[in-house]
Design a protein around this ligand. Structure first.
Ligand SMILES: Cc1cc2nc3c(=O)[nH]c(=O)nc-3n(C[C@H](O)[C@H](O)[C@H](O)COP(=O)(O)OP(=O)(O)OC[C@H]3O[C@@H](n4cnc5c(N)ncnc54)[C@H](O)[C@@H]3O)c2cc1C
Length: 463
């Protein structure tokens, strides 16, 4: 079968590339998906009036490409928003939930660390860029002092379910690292950047962003993207791609049963799935990246339960708790629990506690409830409990990742018609995936190669 573009993987990345390419006239597309469903990591679960998520819970409305996608698909008319300014968040410290202010100024003013430790944070102004490929923990300790580590730990637990002793700063925050290398001090560099942005008035939305989802959960995003009104787009399910091969100007894509031919080949896959297909073309600097798996435990409680106000909480490793954190889902979005009930979703496992994922569902529920009851006033038994096992692990951008990304960029330049995007390449969040998918589809439209992101942006950190 011959197509203009074959896309391997019908997760958010592949679906977004397909959505954008459908806008080119007479451009044939085929999506190949190994499982029986589209959406990949996205997986909303509706049961007994509860709506927990097995994958992403939402995304922030501060990414131009995601906003454009919502407008193009009409999903901007459906989406639900929970503004960060109206929903507080907590970090578990010394066995208690402590409220975290959202602006850097308020964080510094809050009594989270001692005055001496606050002075040490300003020490960043006098530090030279840290050489090599430091871990997040090494980098934060060097620039701002160790007092911030538990809070930074909470941030990377909430995003990567990762270990800040292993994630590398060049992998997870390339934009921040670039500023450090250009200006020496990160604080000074950020102030300069803010002043320049004020002058040019880039039109970016001011204030805190909002968390976005949909009445039927994040599954709606995948569902809308693979609706096929004009029949130009095809998706082949249960079709795992086993190998790819360059054959003069064409790509050959093989599954167990069929071979497909195309001019443009898009790998819209998590890093490790992509590496196994790409290795025969060029030896990568590492065979695999580590992954962190988390289970999400949806827990419903009846009548008299009141959750603390806000989004939820995260726990740094030093607290030694069973749950990595929990989302107060029924506070965030309407329709997550039946009337008169609340739902929270506990996160368990991650890079540091894969042993928790060896437990059976009943034990996971029991241990999670026991842990949460020490922090929140909850009845002894939930009225609803469901363990959602993830479809995929979260790629961990650890030692060697910057070299791997460099290798991918060189490969995309060398191999005409090859585009590599997806979970773990240039970030791990929904907004990262949509942004990269837009860039890839633009390159295909122009008949150019993609060279990877050139100007890594500074992403704001929210707990
Ligand atoms: C538990 C969890 C929670 C998350 N929470 C959030 C959150 O709250 N906010 C946020 O912004 N992001 C979150 N994320 C990240 C977000 O889900 C991802 O960024 C995004 O879904 C990745 O989409 P993708 O299409 O790149 O990859 P995937 O969703 O992994 O899709 C890849 C697809 O490729 C298919 N595939 C793999 N190999 C082959 C092959 N050889 N042949 C054919 N098909 C193949 C897979 O079956 C899959 O469908 C979370 C992720 C997880 C796992």
């Amino acid at each position: 079968m011959q197509k203009d573009t074959v896309i391997i993987g019908a997760g958010l990345s592949g679906l977004t590339v397909a959505w954008k390419l459908k806008q080119i006239r007479n451009h044939s597309i085929l999506l190949l998906e190994q499982s029986e469903r589209a959406g990949g990591a996205i997986s909303s679960h509706s049961e007994d009036g509860y709506l927990p998520e097995g994958g992403p819970h939402g995304f922030l409305d501060n990414c131009a490409e995601s906003q454009a996608l919502l407008a193009e698909t009409g999903l901007d008319q459906e989406c639900l928003k929970a503004p960060l300014a109206e929903f507080v968040r907590y970090v578990c410290m010394d066995g208690k939930l402590r409220l975290i202010p959202q602006s850097p100024g308020k964080i510094l003013a809050a009594p989270l660390i001692s005055p001496l430790e606050k002075l040490r944070v300003a020490g960043d102004l006098f530090k030279k860029p840290l050489q090599g490929e430091p871990t997040v923990s090494e980098w934060v300790s060097y620039r701002f002092g160790k007092a911030l580590l538990p809070y930074v730990d909470a941030v990377f637990t909430g995003t990567y379910a990762g270990d800040l002793e292993r994630l590398v700063i060049d992998g997870v925050m390339p934009g921040v690292r670039k500023i450090e290398k250009e200006h020496g001090s990160l604080i000074y560099g950020l102030i300069k950047k803010m002043m320049a942005a004020k002058k040019t008035n880039t039109g970016k939305k001011k204030g805190l962003p909002a968390m976005t989802s949909f009445p039927s959960g994040m599954g709606r995003l995948a569902e809308r993207l693979h609706e096929n009104p004009d029949n130009e787009q095809e998706i082949r399910y249960n079709c795992p791609v086993t190998s790819i091969l360059k054959d003069s100007e064409q790509w050959q894509v093989r599954s167990n049963e069929e071979t497909f031919h195309c001019r443009n080949l898009v790998l819209a896959l998590p890093v490790n799935n992509a590496l196994s297909l790409l290795s025969p073309l060029s030896t990568p600097p590492q065979e695999k990246v580590p992954e962190a798996r988390i289970v999400n435990i949806g827990l419903g409680f009846g009548d008299d339960t009141t959750l603390p106000p806000g989004f939820g909480f995260l726990t740094p490793e030093r607290e030694q708790r069973f749950c990595l954190g929990a989302l107060f889902s029924s506070n965030m979005f309407p329709g997550r629990a039946p009337k008169g009930h609340v739902m929270l979703e506990a996160l368990v496992g991650g890079r540091r506690h894969p042993e928790h994922l060896e437990l059976d569902d009943a034990t996971l529920i029991r241990e999670a409830v026991k842990d949460l009851q020490q922090l929140i006033d909850l009845p002894s038994q939930p009225t609803y409990a469901h363990v959602l096992w993830p479809h995929t692990g979260i790629p961990q951008l650890e030692a060697g990742y910057p070299a791997l990304l460099e290798w991918r960029n060189e490969l995309m330049q060398k191999e005409k018609g090859l585009y590599i995007t997806g979970f773990g390449w240039e970030g791990i969040g929904i907004n990262d995936m949509i942004k990269t998918a837009f860039r890839v589809s633009e390159a295909i439209k122009r008949g150019e190669q993609d060279s990877g992101e050139k100007n890594a942006e500074v992403k704001k950190v929210y707990f």
